[in-house]
Design a protein around this ligand. Structure first.
Ligand SMILES: NC(=O)c1ccc[n+]([C@@H]2O[C@H](COP(=O)([O-])OP(=O)(O)OC[C@H]3O[C@@H](n4cnc5c(N)ncnc54)[C@H](OP(=O)(O)O)[C@@H]3O)[C@@H](O)[C@H]2O)c1
Length: 315
């Protein structure tokens, strides 16, 4: 059987790693995996090779290396990592490299892991949230959304995949429940009583795999995925059940979240404000039914918690 090749950017990371595993777990699926990393000779590259992927080196900052890595591929999963450099300009340049390399290599179906350009709803002169880095409201969203145009301009058949808040942030991003001044455990989210679309990050890769399996019918479309749309209070209730300890929901307004002392707090404060104030549109763009249709194993928050509760640091 001739297998279609899926080239995966971010194969050593969360989104791409989930896609690699989904494809390798389905040997009858008709796809083989080309895992792309800057450091193919290091441990994660060796692990991917052992798991059955072809491993090749390329760098998002080097378009020619991407063209070589995409050569002969039928599909390509394209993701950038804003949090490695905090530069929307660099993320834009990397996305342009991806679009142009996919075009040069003649890739038949690209998935671009994108997010909304929030400036469409909150223009730069809108005083509701501060403008950041000169010309952005939510830099790590705006750059990805703006970059959609690069894939359209390159005329590469692309599915624009709107991802959601990773529940895994509770494990890796210090967002697990922490003890408040009153000694009670609290889960902090700047969402008031609005719903936040969330997902197990492993399911992003599984959905991407389902989208590649569906193929051309989804090219040219923007699709959104989430495991559930939940309020902070609903997430806190889920945490209480899973951890068997009372966890209260603590609403911290975005204005306060922006002042927190960690890099990118202003960007994330604006992001939560956007998610809160446009919750109806933000949730509507992430259809649970669609996500389940491309990934029947889609997890709910309760299912994700059952598997991951022991990994959540509780402060
Ligand atoms: N956290 C959330 O809730 C959330 C939600 C939606 C979207 N996102 C977005 O997700 C993106 C990050 O994706 P992730 O979580 O899958 O990342 P991750 O787990 O942190 O891994 C980053 C991946 O990107 C690759 N990479 C980074 N820079 C590269 C470069 N210059 N050349 C080639 N590969 C490069 C890395 O590969 P090597 O190191 O092996 O080269 C690695 O595989 C961010 O842009 C973020 O905005 C996050």
């Amino acid at each position: 059987m001739t297998r279609k090749i899926i080239a995966v950017i971010g194969a050593t990371g969360a989104q791409g790693g989930g896609l690699v595993r989904a494809a390798l777990e389905d040997p009858q699926g008709g796809f083989s995996v080309r895992a792309i990393t800057r450091r193919p000779a290091e441990a994660k590259g060796a692990e991917l090779q052992k798991a059955g992927a072809e491993v090749v080196g390329a760098d998002l900052d080097d378009r020619d290396s991407l063209s070589r890595a995409f050569a002969g591929a039928d599909c390509a999963y394209c993701v950038t990592n804003f949090w490695e450099h905090f530069s929307p300009e660099r993320e834009l340049a990397q996305a342009k490299n991806l679009a142009q390399a996919a075009k040069a290599a003649g890739v038949g179906h690209v998935i671009w892991s994108t997010l909304e350009d929030t400036r469409r709803r909150v223009p730069l002169d809108d005083p509701r949230m501060p403008t950041l880095k000169g010309e952005y409201k939510v830099p790590h969203f705006d750059a990805k959304g703006f970059a959609d145009a690069f894939f359209r301009e390159a005329a590469v058949p692309t599915t624009f995949l709107l991802t959601s808040f990773y529940w895994d942030n509770l494990i890796h991003f210090g967002m697990g429940p922490a003890k408040g001044a009153d000694g009670r455990l609290a889960f902090v989210l700047p969402m008031a009583d609005q719903k936040l679309p969330g997902i197990a990050v492993e399911d992003i890769g599984r959905c991407a795999y389902g989208i590649f399996k569906r193929g051309a019918e989804l090219a040219g479309r923007t699709v959104g995925i989430a495991g559930e749309h939940l309020t902070g209070a609903e997430m806190a209730a889920g945490l209480s059940r899973a951890l068997e300890r009372e966890v209260a929901y603590s609403y911290v307004p975005p204005e306060v979240y922006r002042t927190f002392d960690f890099p990118g707090a202003d960007d994330l404060g604006n992001m939560f404000q956007y998610n809160r104030d446009f919750a109806t549109e933000f949730c509507a763009a992430r259809d649970l039914g669609f996500a389940r249709s491309v990934n029947p194993r889609l997890q709910t928050f309760a299912q994700w918690l059952e598997r991951n509760k022991s990994r959540i640091p509780v402060g």
